[in-house]
Ligand binder design. Sequence first.
Ligand code: LLP
Length: 438
Amino acid sequence: MLRFGTQSINDKGHLTIGGCDSLDLAAAFGTPLYVLDEALVRENCRSYRRAFGERYPEVEVAFAGKALLCQAVCAIMQQEGMLLDVASRGELHTALTAGFPLERIHLHGNCKTEVDLDFALDSGVHRVVVDSLPELRLLSELASRRGIAADIQIRVGPGVKTQTHTFIQTGQDDSKFGLGIASGAALEAAKLAADSDSIRLCGIHAHIGSQLFGLDSYRRAVEVMMEFAARVAAVNGGLEEVNLGGGLGIQYTHEDAPPTIDELAEVIASAMKAEAERLGLALPRLMLEPGRSIVGPAGTTLYRVIVVKELPGVRTYVSVDGGLSDNPRPCMYGAEYEAVIANKADQKPEMTVRVSGAHCETDTLIPEATIQHAEPGDVLAVFATGAYNYAMASNYNRFCRPAMVTVYDGRAEIIIEREQLDDLIRQDRVPERLRQGG
Ligand code: LLP
């Protein structure tokens, strides 16, 4: 069985997380349930800050909120001294209402509207990460109307190809994200920004992809970014910061062997220093935006096994009370997970089954899971669901989205309430015309 963070097995043979028995969690809070190992989240934040801080003079690590955001997560990130990267007004609103300091928030998005930019300028975020020339012109105009200068980074496409699912490759030239270096668009944006009184060009930004295992892509990204930084510095009279985005992969299955945070830090910090020296550039502030590698391994989803269907000579289907609506990743990206029967965690896995969800869809969660003998009523724990699960959850089939609890030192606390049936109809309206009984 895979083990993450504080996971263990107690004397009842049950999986425990954060000192809490997962069977008690399922009974107290219901299923499906997202369980977040707070100690592991904190440890991952600290590892990033330590690993990079030890190797590079000035570093800021932002948590990429798109991986998992709610007010309690904002609070944890604030306590851990992280910056926060938000990708929408919704994420920004979450951070603001959680009291996350504005001067530590970056606003992302490839398609920000005037309303988004107004909101960003009015709230006074630390950086707007500009993704296109029209956005840059609009931001400059909006800031100028307010008589202020907006602090920005320019998101560039570094033209670095990565080995990951095509949906989450973002560094290549053919991408909707950022301004291409190769096409000249990125330099044009830098010149425009340098010439504008209402824009302060603080840095350049790249995010080359997600769930990456190859450190070479990062080395290449640093080379490209530092070369570009030198060109931008020439037109901008210097450049304070280089932001390398997120992307470090995590272990979902026994086959996955991602690099450690220290290995990532070693490659990036040494490449940054070598490039700065080669180009005669002052070392810029280094920024990072990990999401998955902070929260992914810290999440476990608990489901109740509802139906076990043996199809003789074919396979056994184990259907659980969630699926596509709480974790669309297997359907979207063919993402792989491993699981354990939480109430039999001390027993040897003995059957290979297909774990399916409860939706009107072939929502396979795990095509071939080798697990303990599964029976209706068991609790199935799926590992490494902390990133892009709750964040991508939906109400498909009008399922209620699950609750989330943090577990820490034997205490479990709700951080996201389970949606109730009435939440599903809260926005529904029936025009008078349709009420008359047809
Ligand atoms: N910064 C930027 C600008 C990003 O676009 C992303 C992720 C990150 C940072 C954080 O990347 P991470 O460290 O989490 O890899 N829904 C997909 C992942 C989409 C990633 C989008 N951008 C999935 O479930 O695999």
